[in-house]
Design a protein around this ligand. Structure first.
Ligand code: R5P
Length: 297
């Protein structure tokens, strides 16, 4: 498709610049402002003859604001008569409420997906949505972009040759095995339980492997409060592991996560550029570019 444009917001500058460059497109930043009463304002640039527009905006930090400004951009594109709006969400907020855990709750990921479709999004990509359920709940023509290759590359370049790749819960165990096999390390996983009311995490290590002296990397999709990784790190160190590092895709790092992880022996935290933070240490641009490139052929 010849007349395609690439728009992006404040929260995704680094990734947007890398991806648009790799697609041979010029990334255009949409304008944002906040009115004195707190409401959001956006303005898109001129997109002469646009047939397809990519809109990239990470829905973090300030999730609710990011959602509203992205919806407003979609509405502006509708006004500009753009028929193909491809939404690219490096981080999908509300994905962890991907089902009803307690009576009376909504499936939040469903509400977010419906809102974007209603605003005119024809196709959506999410980088490593929290779960398959979140993608299903989001609904419509949506694809998850898996970044296992970037995780493997990040370990090789940033951590080099760890002995042990650790999943803090069963959900992460499949990914961790793939990564461990690719770099020639061993893998183990924890069974994790989270109290739905208090958020407190308890976990148990499932392995008979000897851990003494091993250099471990805990790999998770999200580090939020740090509770999951901190609990895993404490157990690993108690079992004689030599050192613990943490690698994640989306480093939300809320409520003193950095201090909690340090207190529990995590030496380094590496996050990707799905969210621009002090913890951003590697890029997922190659997988995102590969996915979007297919639409330009
Ligand atoms: C949960 O299923 C996710 O994969 C992460 O383990 C979780 O979101 C991390 O949250 P926290 O850092 O608050 O433990």
């Amino acid at each position: 498709m010849s007349n395609a444009f690439f728009l992006y917001g404040n929260s995704s500058s680094t990734l947007a610049n890398e991806v648009s460059a790799s697609l041979g497109m010029r990334g255009l930043k949409f304008e944002t402002k906040v009115f004195p009463d707190g409401e959001s304002y956006v303005r898109i640039p001129d997109l002469p003859g646009a047939e397809r527009v990519f809109v990239m905006n990470s829905l973090y930090p300030n999730q609710d604001k990011r959602i509203i400004e992205t919806l407003l951009v979609c509405e502006a594109l509708r006004e500009a008569n753009v028929d193909n709006v491809t939404l690219v969400l490096p981080y999908l907020a509300y994905a962890r409420q991907d089902r009803i855990f307690l009576k009376g709750e909504p499936v939040s990921a469903k509400a977010i997906g419906s809102a974007f479709r209603y605003a005119g999004v024809t196709k959506a990509y999410v980088v490593e949505a929290h779960s398959d359920e979140a993608i299903r709940a989001f609904g419509g023509d949506v694809s998850n972009i898996s970044v296992d290759e970037s995780l493997i590359a990040a370990i090789k370049s940033l951590i080099r040759t760890p002995d042990l790749i650790v999943a803090p819960d069963e959900k992460a165990s499949k990914r961790v095995k793939i990564i461990a096999d690719a770099i020639g390390a061993e893998s183990v996983y924890f069974s994790k339980r989270r109290d739905r009311i208090t958020g407190e995490v308890s976990s148990e290590l499932n392995t008979s492997i000897e851990l003494t002296g091993k250099r471990a990397v805990i790999v998770d999709d999200i580090i939020s409060t740090g509770g999951s990784v901190a609990t895993a790190s404490r157990t690993l160190l108690e079992k004689g592991v030599h050192s613990v590092r943490a690698l994640c895709i989306h480093a939300l790092m809320v409520q003193g996560a950095e201090e909690l992880l340090a207190k529990n022996g995590v030496q380094e935290i590496y996050g990707s550029n799905t969210i621009d933070t002090n913890f951003t240490r590697y890029s997922v641009a190659s997988e995102v570019s590969n996915a979007l490139e297919k639409l330009l052929k």
